[in-house]
Design a protein around this ligand. Structure first.
Ligand SMILES: NC(=O)c1ccc[n+]([C@@H]2O[C@H](COP(=O)([O-])OP(=O)(O)OC[C@H]3O[C@@H](n4cnc5c(N)ncnc54)[C@H](O)[C@@H]3O)[C@@H](O)[C@H]2O)c1
Length: 423
């Protein structure tokens, strides 16, 4: 174990998931003594052995090295530290209101509160609705009136800021250090301190603003992508009616120098694009009509895909369906909010279907939501193709890109990700 020198400052990362763990590793690689905290026993067990609890390219070796050197240690209780980075989930509460659920931020903050003595920096990294950083500060100051934001009445200062993350799963270890990054504090001092902390590893520009603008900036980025994907998904349905190949159409339109349409798919999934736009909608429902419509268009795309499969089932006696891919995007194991999981579940619930053979090369067991569904099994690709006449491609994992026309001979192939990328 490395002894902490008097000048070496400690940094505590709370929430060691897809974002928190790589962040903890990168800080540890860059001279910080990092204390990782998570509520999950599984995560603590894995990370303390230097093992990755999920798939992320390039992270495993780096994790092992900082754990072995003692620069990253993990525990369940929140320790005293100079800097806290909070990277816990921020889902929405329910699918009716889509109101943000701040309970994880609240729980993490409550655990920090007893450790504060003044001069600490609390950085909220979780993607958050406007006002969440202030929510954190209000909670701290209501529980600890002996502290302050500005040193008023001689009370020790605690600094708060937001530093949203915009990395792409699968490329996190590259993008974490190379992307430009936005940081926004509740005070100018908090912003400056946060910029200095991230400058220890961030090679991109660090753009400073206030906390609310930083919160809204992250939501804006993902809403922009959601609206653009909704446009592509709407086009895909129109093209289906008109007998036009939407992928060819989009590639032709994108040759215009100022057009850049994203790709359609079976819906939009993941923890970010399928969730974050709702935080804008719920903060100003009256004025976010386009953002809401985009969410609704993307959420309706699984219905369109299911109708295609049901129509194909009517044409064959073999009622098995091979589903290729469950993750929310290519070459990762993250199944959160995945339209592929939703489609699989709904297929299994249909009387038209005998069994669903799900092929997902990045997982070794089905997620809870599918585990108890009788008609669904996790299958090898060869077995799924052998037993099914209908093959539904939902995720363009690299393994599926190796499929050939010969593999699919005699089958009805429903490709929600575009034929051009496969053949
Ligand atoms: N995954 C992404 O690609 C991505 C990208 C940008 C931003 N974000 C945002 O980052 C945040 C974290 O996302 P993630 O993908 O890392 O989530 P995750 O679910 O992978 O990780 C969250 C971790 O927090 C832990 N946790 C929950 N409550 C806790 C508590 N009170 N104390 C300590 N640990 C706790 C969980 O056990 C889990 O390990 C979210 O707000 C998300 O929207 C995610």
């Amino acid at each position: 174990m490395i002894e902490m020198s008097e000048t070496q400052r400690s940094l505590c990362v709370i929430g060691l998931g897809y974002i928190g763990l790589p962040t903890a590793v990168v800080f540890a690689q860059n001279g910080w003594r990092v204390l990782g905290v998570d509520v999950s026993d599984r995560t603590i067990d894995y990370v303390s052995r230097g093992e990755l609890p999920f798939v992320e390219e390039g992270l495993e070796g780096a994790l092992k090295s900082v754990v072995d050197s003692g620069m990253l240690t993990v525990q369940k209780d929140t320790p005293k530290a100079d800097v806290y980075i909070v990277s816990v989930p921020t889902p929405f509460k329910d699918t009716e209101t889509h109101a943000p659920d701040l309970s994880y931020i609240e729980a993490a903050t409550r655990n920090i509160i007893p450790q504060l003595t003044g001069d600490e920096l609390l950085v909220l990294e979780s993607t958050s609705p406007p006002g969440a950083t202030k929510f954190m500060a209000d909670l701290v100051l209501s529980e600890r009136p002996d502290l302050s934001l500005d040193g008023s009445e001689g009370r020790p200062i605690v600094h708060f800021s937001h530093a949203p993350e915009r990395v792409l799963p699968g490329r996190i270890m590259i993008e974490l250090t190379e992307n430009d990054r936005i940081v926004g504090g509740l005070t100018e001092e908090a912003t400056t301190r946060t910029r200095d902390v991230y400058a220890s590893f961030c090679r991109g520009a660090i753009l400073t603003t206030d906390a609310t603008t930083a919160e809204l900036a992250k939501l804006t980025e993902n809403s922009f992508r959601d609206v653009n994907i909704a446009f592509a998904n709407e086009l895909s349905v129109i093209c289906d009616e008109l007998g036009v190949d939407v992928w060819e159409l989009i590639s032709l339109a994108n040759r215009h120098p100022r057009v850049n349409i994203l790709q359609p798919g079976p819906g939009v999934g993941g923890h970010c694009i399928a969730v974050d736009p709702w935080f804008i909608v719920s903060s100003d429902p009256k004025n976010s009509r386009l953002i809401r419509s985009a969410r609704e268009i993307n959420d309706a795309k699984p219905d369109f895909v299911l109708d295609k499969v049901y129509a194909a089932l009517d044409q064959t006696d073999n009622k098995n369906v091979a589903v290729l891919g469950l993750a929310f995007k290519a070459d990762i194991d993250d199944l959160r909010e995945s339209p592929a999981v939703e489609i699989t579940k709904r297929l299994a619930a249909s009387e038209k279907v005998s069994s669903v053979l799900a092929v997902e090369p990045n997982i070794s067991e089905l997620p809870k939501s599918l585990n108890s569904v009788e008609k669904v099994s996790l299958a090898e690709q060869a077995e799924a193709l052998e037993q099914s006449e209908i093959v539904l491609l939902l995720v363009d994992h690299k393994q599926f890109k190796a499929l050939t026309l010969a593999d699919l001979e005699g089958k009805t192939f429903i490709n929600t990700r575009g034929s051009a990328s496969l053949f």
